[in-house]
Write a protein that binds this ligand. Structure first.
Ligand code: ADP
Ligand code: MG
Length: 305
């Protein structure tokens, strides 16, 4: 009997091949370059469930395992980022609410992350839910996070502990918390879920970013778009990915994060997927995405030229 091999590899064979080549690529990354100045990223998309928190936690973890010093700011009252990094954030735990509303310094409420000694976390507790309303009547309501972050970064640098990256995880809304993040940040990373409706609402987010840029933070740029929950076996995922790449060009990272059960399991063990299952496709793709970000010329470096 003659065995007929199909010309085209099956989707499973192709996925296995891609996994092996990604694993090889990631294995060769021993460390990531430190940026000239601290890069501050806002992880934003007013849609819920698109992978903001997962991206914040896993990019931070990926960069930490590759030797970088990271500050993570959880700006979502749900506190999912704090949970995933195993940071105490029960009601009454001082965190970002105290910084924004009561003017506490970040240094006085920051917590170390046990799994990664180079990650520090500014946690969010449910108390933050009230901040959106309370901020309205406060002076300089849009710039409070920026002031706190800048003075903490200066203080840390003077103490010989310069942060390489700051990641601010936003809530799924465009209220004052997100505005505070956009004023404090220099670069925006937008995770886009490879699903139908993925681009809906994006125009509103981009308009808000333009408004903040025009009035409050001229240096803000959408520097990075990350495709998440990508499933190469479906036409829908590849169609969305193509459309996003056509719209946003080089801003879109080459690495797309696959839909992976390991990624969704990790938070229930208070871990990132990078530590939970380092050889999984989810962990590998977040490390490769981190490399792309770290090796890209930053808007800041470009501007300095
Ligand atoms: P957001 O912060 O934008 O609301 P999350 O990061 O919390 O979104 O993700 C929403 C849900 O989807 C979570 O349960 C998360 O574990 C899951 N998830 C995120 N990224 C992936 C992925 N690549 N594969 C599978 N599940 C994912
Ligand atoms: Mg979230």
């Amino acid at each position: 009997m003659t065995v007929v091999y199909p010309d085209e590899p099956t989707p499973l064979a192709r996925a296995a091949e891609e996994h092996v080549s990604l694993a090889r690529k990631v294995q060769s990354i021993t460390s990531l370059p430190r940026p000239e100045q601290t890069r501050i990223f806002v992880v934003a998309n007013q849609k819920g469930g698109v992978g903001k928190t997962t991206t914040t936690v896993n990019l931070a973890a990926a960069m930490a395992v590759k030797g970088l010093r990271i500050l993570v700011i959880d700006l979502d009252p749900q506190g999912n980022t704090s949970t995933a990094l195993d940071i105490e954030h029960s009601e009454g735990t001082p965190g970002v609410y105290e910084v924004l509303v009561e003017g506490e310094s970040i240094g006085s409420v920051i917590q170390p992350c046990e799994a990664h000694e180079s990650i520090s976390v500014l946690p969010a507790s449910i108390d933050l839910a009230g901040a959106e309303i309370e901020l309205v009547s406060l002076v300089a309501r849009e710039t409070r996070l920026d002031k706190a972050v800048q003075s903490y970064l200066i203080e840390s640098e003077r103490a010989g502990d310069r942060f390489d990256y700051v990641f601010i995880d936003c809530p799924p809304s465009l209220g004052l918390l997100t505005v505070n993040a956009l004023v404090a940040g220099r670069e925006v990373i937008i995770p886009i879920q490879c699903e139908y409706y993925a681009l809906e609402g994006l125009g509103q987010l981009l308009r808000n970013i333009e408004l903040v840029k025009a009035h409050l933070n001229p240096r803000l740029e959408v520097s990075t778009i990350l495709l998440t929950m990508y499933d190469g076996r479906t036409n829908l995922s590849s169609g969305v990915a193509q459309e996003v790449r056509r719209h946003f060009g080089d801003t879109v990272l080459k690495t797309a994060v696959p839909r992976s059960v390991r990624i969704s399991e990790a938070p229930s063990y208070q871990q990132s997927v990078v530590t939970y299952d380092p050889s999984s496709s989810g962990a590998l793709s977040y490390i490769e995405a981190a490399r792309e970000i770290a090796e890209a010329a930053t808007p800041l470096t470009e501007a300095a030229r």
